[in-house]
Design a protein around this ligand. Structure first.
Ligand code: COA
Length: 406
């Protein structure tokens, strides 16, 4: 089997694992190109005992990963992104995921990557591997009938554009968004393409998509939206929404909300602190249908992640981090001065006298300020005499956000 044939077999195994429809050759070719572009690593488990009933070159379990960055509020931190996690139904619950995940995290730690990230299809799987929910996102529904009115004065103007113009502009906009948004995960052109309606299984753009750009008074493009019209019920679904400045997001919605013939619009991955609701004359036209833990983080190097983020207040305390898999375990002294941290490992085990003790998944949850220390403490995962001081140290200005599904 050539490298390419092996990769195609791996991709077919992922498609099978997610119960997706068969991919066309074009769909597979696009996936392959995206993998090469990302320099992705493909793990697979092969079961050679086939009884002559299946192709042993197709893996029975898969896990993909690649190097990316997460904006941790101050720094774009090198990150091991994990995706395409599947085990064939006939081989489930025999420890294959655990085997692949352990190997992937071990290699990431050996490469010196301080954190791993993933998004989940089921929320019960990854805490046992040290991942904690870190960035939340809302699924919203906005009524866009005559009660929709934005009270803020309009800025700039909107241009409706063709798909290729949109794709050309959204690249630089995403880069700007990524630099400015705590919680953002970097993504490449293939992800832009899929979010703008490329059907991954056929490798062809889906019909019914519309694209709009927001342009400021100096003719600079500063916001973009891709949305799909659903004619049957006069609605639309926002599929990608790139507003590096959230105020420009309000202007994009002002445009969307005044689309003729559309009575409701939904958006996945809306910011949990979306300013739109408060810019509306009738906030009740805006409904949060669902809030999801969107991005999960797994800290591998405590000192590196705590030193990478910014802090609003100064302080000093010791942290004991429990980690069953060992990567992040230890006791650390965290000293924050002028908003930056110095972190020193002062022991390989959790010191009973540490000011605060927490498990590694809890550290992932509070790292970006998406979930408060007090909340995770009340849930039972952070303990100690100085939980209040830790809570004040970890507070951030506004909620983190991400628009990168993977
Ligand atoms: C999720 C999936 C990859 C698990 O693979 P697996 O090889 O059966 O997992 P393992 O046998 O290695 O299980 C490892 C641990 O995770 C637990 N686990 C596995 N799947 C779980 C699930 N869906 N929910 C809760 N726990 C789960 C196991 O009980 C086991 O726990 P333990 O080791 O603490 O006792 C597999 O069920 C699958 O392919 N599902 C469909 C695709 C999918 O949802 N992928 C995840 C994308 S985010």
């Amino acid at each position: 089997m050539t490298d390419e044939e092996q990769t195609v077999a791996w991709i077919r195994a992922v498609v099978l694992g997610f119960n997706e429809p068969e991919y066309s050759d074009e769909g597979i070719a696009r996936w392959l190109a995206a993998f090469v572009d990302q320099d992705a690593r493909m793990r697979g488990v092969h079961d050679l005992r086939t009884g002559g009933l299946r192709d042993d070159r197709v893996p029975v379990a898969t896990l993909g990963s690649w190097d990316t960055t997460v904006n941790v509020g101050g720094t774009l931190l090198p990150t091991n992104a994990i995706s395409d996690v599947t085990t064939r139904t006939s081989h489930r619950r025999r420890g294959l995921l655990r085997q692949m995940m352990t190997a992937d995290l071990t290699e990431a730690a050996q490469r010196g990557v301080p954190v791993a990230a993933l998004t989940v299809s089921e929320s019960g799987i990854y805490r046992r591997f040290g991942f904690g929910p870190a960035v939340q996102a809302n699924q919203i529904r906005v009524r866009t009938d005559s009660s929709f009115r934005v009270t803020t004065p309009p800025t700039g103007r909107i241009e409706m554009v063709d798909r290729d113009v949109y794709l050309d502009r959204v690249r630089a906009l995403f880069d700007d968004y990524h630099r400015r948004t705590r919680g953002s995960v970097d993504r490449g052109p293939a992800a832009d393409d899929v979010l703008a309606g490329m059907d991954q299984s056929t490798g062809k753009p889906q019909p019914g998509f519309r694209y709009a750009l927001h342009v400021d008074d100096d003719d600079r493009c500063d916001g973009a939206v891709a949305y799909k019209l659903v004619e049957e019920d006069s609605s639309a679904e926002v599929r990608d929404f790139v507003a590096p400045n959230p105020a420009v997001g309000v202007a994009l919605w002002d445009f969307l909300g005044h689309s003729d013939l559309i009575r409701t619009i939904t958006q996945r991955r809306a910011r949990v602190d979306d300013p739109l609701r408060y810019a509306l004359a009738e906030p009740d036209v805006y409904t949060v249908e669902n809030r999801r833990d969107f991005l999960w983080l797994r800290v591998l190097d405590v000192a590196a992640v705590l030193a990478a983020r910014a802090y609003l207040t100064d302080g000093e305390l010791t942290l004991g981090v429990h980690d069953e898999q060992g990567f992040a375990a230890g006791t650390f002294r965290l000293v924050v001065s002028n908003g930056r941290a110095e972190v020193e490992r002062i022991g390989d085990h959790v010191d009973d006298d540490a000011d605060v003790a927490l498990d590694v998944a809890a550290l992932g949850s509070v790292l970006l300020g998406g979930i408060g220390v007090r909340t995770i403490a009340a849930a039972g995962h952070i303990r100690g005499d100085r939980v209040g001081d830790f809570a004040r140290l970890m507070v951030c200005d506004g909620a983190p956000a991400s628009i990168t599904p993977f």
